[in-house]
Design a protein around this ligand. Structure first.
Ligand code: PLP
Length: 379
């Protein structure tokens, strides 16, 4: 039996989303800009899909611009904010625990003379508002703070941080990378009070290759790609209607099932922790990780990379640190001050609305076996 417990890395495309993509590819396949009925049909479908995505975020459809992925949304948000505020200053605030899609553009900007403050996490992996308050300056042009950390599941105080930014540095753009928070926590960009917000399709049962950037109405930014003027002139290129149709279907499904999915994932998380306490008592949770779908664990004394490979051979998919870092040590755990044994032994289990309890049981079984095997081979 395969146990897929790496839903923070990517999710299986839902049947509804796959069906919507198929329909868009084979039926309403026209170019939405074409002036005959087949084009009109595609344009109409695109409009409805944008409205559906907007509805799942509780915003206006004009505030949604489709992108190719979360990484693009994050890069664009940062570039757009500093461009728009180039007369305000050259100071950026972000956190030391952001995804590489935020950290790497910030590092590049540092090389170009920007001053970047990286807020450090507390022992639970969250960010203290006092630290943000102390870092904000009149020349701060952007604050970028993720909603949910992809490695620990920590939920960051984005709403409070956005309000504080508005008060102390009113010119600054506030961006949140909500890739891991979207359809895992109930929120709206308006409720959070942010200017820019990134989501990604493949984390919510839509295919890879699609995401969206929410741009608060009235917060004008420069285009990402110039060309035929699609996406309100902000991101040209013929719209990927199949991926958009699938994203919209996944958003509608995820939104309709949000409360049920949250309860289900919370239950699985509690069950996993309870069973681990009984069966693998040396396993510890890393941080507090309030997000329902992410459980960060460590087995001090073991090498997570080896553990993950052995579990993989037994059909159990979990990840060592963040899959996006391809084996590099976790900057998140380092920033949290975890000692080396805990850092080396850390791995992540992540659920989705359709994860079965039998998958968790298979993981627990495999972990017990892997531990015994590795202990034998290490001793
Ligand atoms: N931001 C966070 C918090 C993520 O977890 C990820 C994906 O792992 C990304 C951004 C990047 O999204 P994408 O894979 O769609 O580029």
């Amino acid at each position: 039996m395969m146990a897929y417990l790496d839903n923070a890395a990517t999710t299986k495309v839902s049947q509804t989303a796959a069906q919507a993509a198929l329909e868009a590819m084979t039926m309403s396949f026209g170019n939405p800009s074409a002036r005959y009925p087949l084009g009109g049909q595609a344009a109409k479908r695109l409009k409805t899909d944008r409205e559906t995505v907007a509805k799942s975020l509780g915003c206006d459809s004009r505030e949604i611009i489709f992108t190719s992925c979360g990484t693009e949304g994050d890069n664009w948000a940062i570039q757009a904010a500093i461009q728009k505020n180039r007369h305000v200053g050259r100071h950026i605030i972000t956190t030391a625990i952001e995804h590489a899609a935020v950290l790497e553009p910030c590092k590049r900007l540092e090389q170009q003379g920007y001053d970047v403050t990286y807020l450090l996490p507390d022992e639970n992996g969250s960010i203290r508002l006092d630290d943000l308050g102390a870092a904000l300056r009149p020349d701060t042009v952007l604050v970028s703070m993720m909603l949910v950390n992809n490695e620990t599941g920590a939920v960051l105080p984005v709403k409070e941080a956005a309000a504080m930014t508005r008060r102390l540095a009113p010119q600054a753009f506030f961006h949140t990378d909500a890739v891991q928070g979207f359809l895992k926590l109930p929120f709206t960009p308006k409720g959070l009070g942010v200017d820019l917000l990134t989501i990604s399709g493949h984390k919510i049962h839509a295919p890879k290759g699609i995401g969206a950037l929410y741009i608060r109405s009235g917060r004008l930014i420069d285009p990402m790609i110039l060309g035929g003027g699609q996406e309100s002139g902000l991101r040209s290129g013929t719209e990927p209607t199949a991926q958009i149709a699938a994203l919209a279907a996944a958003c509608a499904e995820g939104k309709a099932n949000l409360q049920r999915d949250i309860a289900h994932m919370q239950e699985l998380k509690a069950y996993t922790l309870g069973q681990l306490a009984l069966r693998v008592p040396e396993a510890e949770q890393v941080g507090r990780g309030e997000a329902p779908h992410i459980l960060a664990l460590t087995l001090p004394g073991y090498k997570a990379e080896v553990l993950v490979r052995v579990l993989g051979d037994m059909g159990v998919c979990v990840s060592a640190g963040s899959a996006c870092h391809r084996g590099k040590p976790s900057h998140v755990y380092a920033a949290m001050g975890l000692d080396k044994a805990k850092r080396d032994g850390s791995f992540r289990v992540s659920f989705s609305g359709d994860t079965q309890r039998t998958e968790v049981d298979a993981f627990l079984e495999a972990l017990t076996e892997a531990k015994a095997k590795l202990f034998t081979s290490m001793s």
